[in-house]
Design a protein around this ligand. Sequence first.
Ligand code: GN1
Ligand code: MG
Length: 358
Amino acid sequence: MENIVKKFDISTETGNIRPLKIGHINDSFIIESKNPGEPSYFLQKINHHIFKDVEGLQRNIQLVTDHLRKKLSERGETDLDNKVLRLVPTKDGKLYYKDEKGEYWRIYINIENTHSYDVINPELAYKAGVAFGDFQCMLSDIDTKQLIETIPDFHNMEFRLQQFRDAVKDNAAGRLAETQWMADEIEKRAEEMCAPERLYREGKLVKRINHCDTKVNNMLFDKNDNVTAIVDLDTVMPGFVLSDFGDFMRTGANTGAEDDANLDNIGINLDIFEAYTKGYLAKATFLSPIELEYLAFGAKLLSYMQTVRFYTDYLNGDTYYKIGFPEHNWQRTKAQFKLLQSQEENFGKMQAIVLKYK
Ligand code: GN1
Ligand code: MG
């Protein structure tokens, strides 16, 4: 791995390379510096089976991070490398390195002295809402045509259902019979969940620049528990704002874990839902009436979408997500579905919260 690091334009002496257990898609490492006080770096092997256009992916990230830095510096903020990810180019000026085995690598300056949470409280949720609202706001003046969809149709529910139906038809891993009830539950809700795509076609709902992976742990907090940076920018692309709102709620406003083995742990946490909504709507002042109307729906949609995606991968024999044990995708599927049911039961309350802060 040292040979890979050497390809990048790093001026300091690098030391130990330590793997990080984060994310379901890419492989991540910290490159420590040999000399105390010098910066460390964040190395990633990009999963190019999933991000097929690595050149376009890296261009997206460069464009977005440059834009964010410009916005922050106009506000008089300093220390920008701790607030926005900065890609380190290779020695020949490229944004990634492709090795002899055909693997793709990139390096960011590591944002140090921060932490992330998998479980939060309302106070942190409020700050997270402000931060994601501000993030969307800062990116709202980029022409969406400048960005590619790094994974085409990533949050397109119709497309995800198509993949699910193909997986049911193929039944590649022979796992359908025992889990048929889940396939039925998914079909029951399919039409409702495709409403945003229909509204988009009718010209009623717009696409804006979204993060598209607003999991609670994609946000870094400093020692005073203020948000320093939003990370994991691979999926920043045009999408519906309800997606970003919903994905945060899916991960942050859940009393259990994304893959909780004990379904009794799982349910919506309305205090966190409220705190995040309050923070988000304080910043996201650009939303249209229909976007506001569908915000709470976004939470249901993202739990549903994730149910469908985990279940599809389970039916296909675990070809997409990294798994920790053989039935992991099935456990994730059931956990996400349980969350969806809880959100369905509480939908009236969720809608009322959005109305309160709009
Ligand atoms: C993946 O690997 P990670 O944590 O960044 C996935 C998201 C899912 C998430 C579920 C590119 O994100 O879309 O919501 O797992 N990213 C991709 O935890 O598929
Ligand atoms: Mg990600």
